[in-house]
Ligand binder design. Structure first.
Ligand SMILES: [Zn+2]
Length: 66
């Protein structure tokens, strides 16, 4: 089956669940090849994004790993 760029179903198949480092709750999904890491905000120096965990309420820094 040929691959199309930007195919939403293709992306969904390869999605990676990114979890809260505090409680393990799934806070966001990312395509499998996205190089990101979640770190407790207190431990991250320059996060690219900040999320709030829907379960424990922790503020979580999202950092690109490359
Ligand atoms: Zn949490």
């Amino acid at each position: 089956m040929p691959r199309k760029k930007g195919d939403a179903n293709e992306i969904k198949r390869r999605v990676r669940h990114i979890r809260c480092p505090v409680c393990g709750y799934r806070v966001v999904d990312a395509p499998a090849d996205t190089k990101v890491q979640l770190i407790a905000l207190a431990e991250s120096r320059n996060p690219d994004l900040i999320l709030k965990c829907g379960r424990c309420g922790a503020m979580v820094g999202v950092m690109k790993t490359e």
